[in-house]
Design a protein around this ligand. Sequence first.
Ligand SMILES: Nc1ncnc2c1ncn2[C@@H]1O[C@H](COP(=O)(O)OP(=O)(O)OP(=O)(O)O)[C@@H](O)[C@H]1O
Ligand SMILES: [Mg+2]
Length: 274
Amino acid sequence: MNRDASAAQSRVPVVETFDLVRRFGDFTAVDHVNLRVEGGQFFGFLGPNGAGKSTTIKMLTGLLAPTGGRIRVLGRDIASDALEIKRRIGVVPEDLNLFERLTGAEMLAFTGRMYNLTREDIAERARELLVLMELDTDPRKLVVEYSHGMKKKLSLACALIHRPEILFLDEPFEGVDAVASRTLKDLLSRLTSRGLTVFLTSHVLEIIERLCTDIAIISEGRLVAAGALDELRRGIAVEGDGHDARGLMSLEDYFIRVVGGARETGDDVLQWLV
Ligand SMILES: Nc1ncnc2c1ncn2[C@@H]1O[C@H](COP(=O)(O)OP(=O)(O)OP(=O)(O)O)[C@@H](O)[C@H]1O
Ligand SMILES: [Mg+2]
């Protein structure tokens, strides 16, 4: 793959959903969602707890079958070409999916072999990724002994080892310390500038604001906003107050507005507690 000549500069969709639906029994977790992500975008997928973000990511990456609708990733239909798609994407799922009885290097080697990388490539890439993620200090440590943030970083290293064209990250910064988070942000920005597409969920709106070019917001399974981040913030700022020097509303204000506002915590609630 030549990433530089890839979809980066064009407006080619690399992830598309058409009326995507997922039900669990009678409950509809994802309700006719139409997403479009273009090559090279840094795409933020936001929504309150339980909105349907992880369910959507699982369907986009072939980990969960949709109840209805269609998904195209890298121009292929996931229903017929899941294996080919999985070869070309990297995923950090919500539950990380690591083997606890392996060391970090072993986990990376196992992942590299699954992607048919050569021994030399695996050794070189694993070494560099472990250093970058600062997971190289105790090479004998097993994943079961890793902290939550360490597991997250190892999962990200596993998602990168085969040079994916799209990276799907479900809450990549959650539990990661400030230094590692800076390294991660810099790395992701560098990769997107070279054409990698990133699709990420995060509750940290400052991170989304800093990194993402485009966003979609889901609430109770339905898409309630989608588009270029600055355009969305500008559109609403015209009628609202609380905007910055460029006339843009903060993402937090925008988010709260489109998902229906924060719950009231007046003086009369939780009196037993305070
Ligand atoms: N396997 C399942 N069985 C039943 N309900 C499920 C299942 N997985 C998810 N759900 C429900 O679907 C809804 C969406 O869940 P999902 O995990 O996609 O939310 P989310 O947007 O990722 O939330 P969070 O920000 O808390 O991670 C929730 O109401 C959840 O309880
Ligand atoms: Mg989730």
